[in-house]
Design a protein around this ligand. Sequence first.
Ligand code: MTE
Ligand code: HPA
Ligand code: MOS
Length: 751
Amino acid sequence: MNNLDQVLHVQGLSTFVDDVPLPEDTLHAAVFVAPAAHGRITHLNVSKARAFAGIRDIFTWQHIPGKNQIGHILHDEPLLAENIFEYVGQPIAVIIGETPAIARRALKLIELEYQALPSIFDARQAYAQGKIIGQERVFSCGDLAAGWSQCQYIVSNSVESGAQEHLYLETQSAVAIPLEGNRIKIFSSTQSPAAVQKTAADVLGVAFNQIEVDVLRIGGGFGGKEDQANVWAAMAALAAAKLKKAVKLILPRSKDLAFTGKRHPYSSDFKIGLTANLKILAYQVTYYQNAGAFADLSTAILERTMFHCTNSYFIPNVHAKGIACRTNLPPNTAFRGFGGPQAMFVLECAIYEAARKLNISPLEIQKQNLIAEGETFPYGMAAKNNRAQTCWDLAWHDYQVDEKIRKVNQFNHSSPRQKKGLALMPVCFGISFTNTLLNQASALVHVYNDGSVSISSGAVEMGQGVNEKLRKVAASIFSISEARIRIESTNTTRIANMSPTAASTGADLNGNATRIACEEILKRLKAAMPKFLGTEPNDKYEIKNEILYHNTGKTRFTWEELVLHAYRQRISLSAHAFYATPGIYFDKTSEKGNPFAYHVNGTAVIEVTLDCLRGIFEIDTVAVVHDAGKRLAPLIDLGQVEGGIVQGLGWMTLEEIQHAADGKLLTNTLSTYKVPDIFSIPKNLQVKFLNSEENQDGILGAKAVGEPPFMYGIGVYFALRNAMQAFKPDLRMPYAAPLTHEKILKGLYSG
Ligand code: MTE
Ligand code: HPA
Ligand code: MOS
């Protein structure tokens, strides 16, 4: 794959926060958290814990020199609970010991008394009590009333989708090291070094330039470290600043599972109307988002839910309402798709429900309504270079869907207990941060005078291969070997004000900044070539595969020689560049605009075989046509698509987060929380990349690939329902994901 990291990973040589070399007297932190979902602290006594041998100190909110505030969108979240706590696992105190074990043991000596307060875990209940975060959002287009009046069929129902644990391999981790002049250097496993910097600075009450954040790579993020790495880094920084010692804080897996937010569960109501020839004319939907106890990124996630309420389809009359509901769960957060999957699932349920009522295949409705060039999304942006129909048609043709349907029917006819189901899942995902201002990035490129290159940018490598993509960008602009190019750690002293690596924009934004910086240096090098070669300034100059060309003729000189010459001529071999996605805007008053640089499309064909006696199933096929533009790193993109699919089908079928009635997480180990393993992977997993032309709005013709494939997994839910339907034609079952084995059996045999 030519991904530098793979060699290190396989040998166990790549380093993570836990591997950062520590000063000898480094201390270790453990976090004391709320034992109940909602309460008023009446008594907190840390003296026994403080007296425990090997304990150096204990910090509560009273020790915070700056602001006890870590909420970035809404300022509603304390770093350490003051008088009230609002979810099981909310941090109350940080305890610092000589070893992690000592710190953890002393946790038990902290005495906490509280008065229990009423708690809510359900989004609709929270809404009924007026517990909402931010504003209710409404996206609408057309005239809904007129729409209904022209519909032949109207159906409505409710849909539930569950939470999802990120399960990044590297748990939340930070090391904070005090430097001279009261500066703090933080190694954090974060997708957003700038957010860690800001949070730590705010908590300590110091300027941003007092805090340096460094990220070499992270062991997966999936959105779970876009905002929620800040907490642990700020705690480590607080202790380091107070004690003037390095402090390390790594959450053990069970704590990470219990303390951190998940994908937002949604509870939604839909009403959908179709004409006699199956055109969807009207769609009304209300999303109740279970945000957890604090805002975190919930309002931004809800916004993306609104954007993707019509997925790949054109619906002329839409009214979509979204509400972020405050509950007493850990604050839910970004997770691959960022609210988009939840929206798409509801619409697919609506289509499925309509098809069931009409006694036709959902495919009939899906293919009638794919968005066409020039048609608009409810938020006012027109489909441009949109390949919804192209991908659908290619998938249908290349994966022989007609034939597959025939075979499935034949199989189901002759097999009493095993049933097959087939579904197609089209996906249309907008690329850009929905918060326009975040669509900016910078890069710092150095060419050393031996010809080697160093690149710093705001991109965080989390396994998605962004570093390899940046190397490809630089290699292609300079036309030199990738072996010469090194990607540096992501560091706030080299790159200021960086956006998180998120929204699938890592390569687009940072790649373009890198491209511009490289082009600037290349321009200077080319300008130096006439003098170096002894030729005319107005001639044509080029570098191709490290060889210098003059007037299209090959010279005997190389990149290395030119670079050294430029250095000797006192020409700058470094450049800093900035990129901001052009042409995007969004007006939150009218809820209209052009928020995305472009859309990514694709279609998945899914086939499952369900054992209707046992409720277990195999996924026979997930075959995808996916548009990634002119790919920069084809194998990395393939890995992203495959990984996304498996993560998506896990959300839809296996991963079920459960809490006890008092709000404690029950699924707090990997024996009770099931994620897809090697046996869950579709037997036939095929990905075809659309041979589309260059995408002018991405990086070097490519399209972003990180999140969109996640949503192909949604199709597995419907393939399974179809198989169930084949077994039990009068299947009546709520629309609720995950569709676990248990729920399958209940659906098949009860009611
Ligand atoms: N792939 C791996 N291996 N690990 C990850 O943590 N995160 C996903 C996706 N693919 C992730 C991943 C998410 S949520 C996003 S937004 C993108 O990668 C972020 O990286 P990109 O912007 O460079 O695509
Ligand atoms: N995606 C991911 N993260 C974000 C976004 C988005 O659209 N907006 C703000 N943070
Ligand atoms: Mo991805 S959810 O935007 O980190």
